[in-house]
Write a protein that binds this ligand. Structure first.
Ligand code: ADP
Ligand code: MG
Length: 716
């Protein structure tokens, strides 16, 4: 692709995706909604609740869907079974409510000498929408009755007096807020589009638009808000989606460029001697994937460009070994390194694993979590500051302490984040633990669908562990009927007697930890006095103190307890290879990714695993989830399916990744445009490293406005 020679440049613009030229226009666009025709103070408040404050906000508030409007017909022209729209005035309206709780609402619509009857069953609220004297357009499928035509559940479009029926065949549907009707929303937005869309300044030069086959911004806004045809709508949408994704990809590319340019990381070469010393500590032969991953890490850390690598691999593929390698490489250079895990249970497990490997060495490990006493915490922070501690293992307490400037590392060179999907992008920004950028390795067990990795991790290099260490047994997964319960527990007990261990995961109750605790305790009572009374059981849940949790975890690791009844605290990372049994209660309450993570706990040793899920999903998707879970244990396949069932908004919801929501692009649908935007963003930056040329000023402003804060681009 050739890079455009000139991007239009102009004066400062207000908070928009497209900035205007003249100050006058700035004022027009920035005008508070309250002063727009047809709004007023009441509606303004309602709009503001949705974040719609100015005319400009309305311009870029896109319809969530469109309604196909059937051609307007005279009643006399209606044809049996052929959808049509009829305009008329409500002559009668009657709501009948029956003792059974059911209702029917009927309205008679008059058009000159003809009438149409409309009926709604069990939609009593329609009575408040359709009143005598209202002028309406009804769209539906007409049925011939003896005296009149009738439509059941027609769609209603309210027409104000004299208002022309919509000429377009596609009506936009906006997300509404209480107090603003669809018809009002349409009218207000359309007026803004009519008044202002043509005045917006174009951010792309003509040749760029042409080359990319993109509509100009004014035409695109018109097309999206008042489409005249499907083709026009999709052309308008394409332009706006492209722009939105380009801005996102530019943000990512700028972030990456900035990091690389700084060259602020210490170059830590893994010499043959260091390499041999580290490998000697590994208790087993590395897998081919692990070897490749370690090569990637060695190459990255040898440079003064901070490593920024995502290591993804399904549960049990052995990511920890790669992490340990990187940690020890930093320590070999007398630097500090930090490893952050999302839970304290996992952080402590990592600390123990490291202590075991490093028993002979002089490497000093510190465990920094939220549960330290103030005195111990102070002492530990001091030791970290003085450099007496080499490896800091902990939870986000580490990042928090740094963010609150409680302490500084003496010479931090590497940060590793385990189970990144449990953190978020914002946390990633918070990872700036030192004034110099350390090397960073982020690990994730949730395979990330490609479009997501292009957006969320677009600025990172990616290494994937595909295969688990050899000899790993499969896990047999069963979705079990209540009637099979007894047989399952008998089987569970037999395996325990053979020497295996098992988890029992209590159901999540309303996402509430307190309830989950109760449910775990109940589970424990039932089992300890019932099917598993012959065995040593233990509890692990969120209300126990960190020390209690850790003690329970260690008893289980050492095999002193045989069964751990727990909440989802074991979901992430926990590694006890001899545990091969799992019962999941209330399986319908878990997400697919979560179930897969749980199953990962019992697929770590040389014995085959067995998991039984009890559950009674009430929805189709719920059933699909459990079926898929039994069908495959390929985490990537499951993640893709989960992505499809739940939508990206859920799996990588805004809350989780911390990026502002996309307004028009849909990552599942717009994959091609995403790839195009990524490629274009890269060429733009190649052509103008740092993206500071005057010709890019407008685009750059758009990028900073949208992502400056979240992606920490402020001082670009
Ligand atoms: P994850 O990728 O889920 O973090 P872990 O690093 O916890 O996986 O490893 C899973 C299990 O596999 C652990 O018990 C670990 O000791 C073991 N393991 C890791 N690498 C190997 C290997 N190369 N050969 C044999 N076992 C391994
Ligand atoms: Mg792990």
């Amino acid at each position: 692709m050739s890079v455009p020679s000139e991007f239009a440049d102009s004066a400062d613009s207000p908070d928009s995706a497209n900035g205007p030229v003249e100050p006058q226009l700035t004022e027009l666009l920035g005008r508070p909604v309250q002063f727009l025709k047809g709004v007023g103070p009441q509606r303004a408040k309602a709009l503001e609740r949705r974040g719609l404050r100015t005319a400009l906000d309305l311009l870029f508030f896109f319809p969530r869907d469109y309604q196909q409007v059937a051609p307007v017909a005279e009643i006399a022209e209606l044809r049996q079974g052929v959808e049509a729209s009829v305009i008329g005035v409500v002559e009668e309206a009657e709501l009948r409510e029956f003792a059974s709780g059911k209702s029917s609402f009927g309205a008679l619509i008059r058009q000159d000498a003809s009438c149409l009857r409309a009926v709604w069953f069990n939609q009593a609220y329609m009575a408040s929408q359709v009143k005598r004297g209202d002028r309406l357009m009804l769209t539906g499928v007409p049925k011939r009755r003896t005296l009149t035509w009738e439509m059941t559940h027609p769609r209603v479009t309210r027409l104000e007096e004299e208002q022309e029926p919509p000429g377009a065949e596609l009506l936009p549907i906006y997300s509404l807020t209480e107090g603003v009707r669809q018809s009002v929303m349409r009218k207000v937005v359309h007026r803004v589009v009519d008044d202002l869309a043509d005045k917006l300044d174009e951010v792309f030069p003509d040749e760029y638009l042409e080359e990319h086959g993109l509509l100009g911004v004014s035409a695109a806004l018109r097309a999206v808000h008042m489409p005249e045809s499907r083709e026009q709508l999709s052309a308008g949408r394409r332009r706006l989606v492209y722009q939105e994704l380009l801005v996102l990809q530019l943000a990512i590319a700028i972030r990456r460029w900035r990091r690389e340019r700084m060259r602020e990381a210490p170059a830590l070469e893994s010499t043959a001697k260091i390499d041999a010393r580290i490998r000697r500590l590994f208790p087993f032969e590395l897998t081919e994937d692990q070897r490749c991953a370690i090569e990637d890490v060695r190459r990255d850390m040898a440079l003064d460009i901070p490593m920024n690598r995502l290591l993804q691999g399904d549960v049990g593929t052995g990511k920890t070994m790669v992490a340990i390698y990187a940690l020890l490489l930093a320590v070999a250079h007398q630097k500090q390194a930090a490893l952050m895990a999302p839970t304290e249970v996992l952080a402590r497990q990592h600390a123990r694993t490291l202590e075991r490997s490093l028993a002979e060495s002089r490497v000093r490990i510190g465990l920094l979590t939220g549960s330290l006493t103030p005195a111990r915490r102070r002492k530990l922070l001091e030791e970290i500051r003085d450099g007496q501690i080499d490896l800091v293992i902990g939870t986000h307490a580490i990042a928090n302490a740094v963010a609150q400037q409680e302490f500084e590392f003496k010479n931090l060179a590497l940060v590793i984040v385990d189970e990144q999907h449990k953190f978020g992008v914002r946390q990633r920004a918070a990872l700036k633990l030192t004034s110099r950028e350390p090397h960073c390795l982020v690990m994730s067990a949730t395979p990330i669908p490609r479009t997501m990795s292009m957006t969320l991790f677009g600025d990172m290099d990616v290494t994937t562990l595909r295969n688990a260490p050899p000899g790993r047994q499969n896990v047999h997964t069963y979705w079990v009927e209540e009637s099979m319960r007894e047989r399952w527990w008998a089987f569970f007990a037999r395996k325990l007697r053979e020497g295996r261990q098992g988890y029992v995961v209590a159901p999540v109750v309303d996402e509430d930890e307190e309830n989950a605790v109760t449910s775990a305790e109940e589970c424990f009572e039932l089992l300890a006095n019932g099917p598993l009374e012959a065995f040593r059981l233990d509890l692990l849940h969120g209300r126990m103190s960190p020390n209690e949790k850790d003690a329970a975890m260690q008893r289980f690791e050492r095999g002193e307890t045989q069964v751990l009844v727990c909440t989802t605290v074991v979901e992430v990372g926990i590694d006890v290879p001899n545990a091969t049994l799992m019962t999941v209660e209330g399986g319908e309450r878990f997400g697919l990714a979560q179930l897969h993570q749980l199953r990962g706990r019992i697929r770590r040793g040389k014995h085959p695993g067995f998991v039984a899920v009890f559950g009674d999903p009430q929805t189709d998707d719920g059933r699909k989830r459990l079926e898929a879970f039994c069908r495959t244990s390929d985490g990537f396949e499951l993640a893709e399916l989960d992505f499809r069932l739940r939508g990206p908004g859920d799996l990588f919801g805004t809350k989780q990744h911390g990026l502002p929501p996309l307004r028009i692009a849909d990552l599942q649908r717009d994959t091609e445009l995403l790839a195009l935007a990524q490629q274009d963003a890269r060429s733009l930056l190649e052509d103008d490293p740092g993206f500071e040329a005057p010709r890019h000023r407008r685009l750059r402003e758009m990028v900073l406005r949208r992502y400056g804060e979240t992606l920490d681009l402020s001082d670009v």
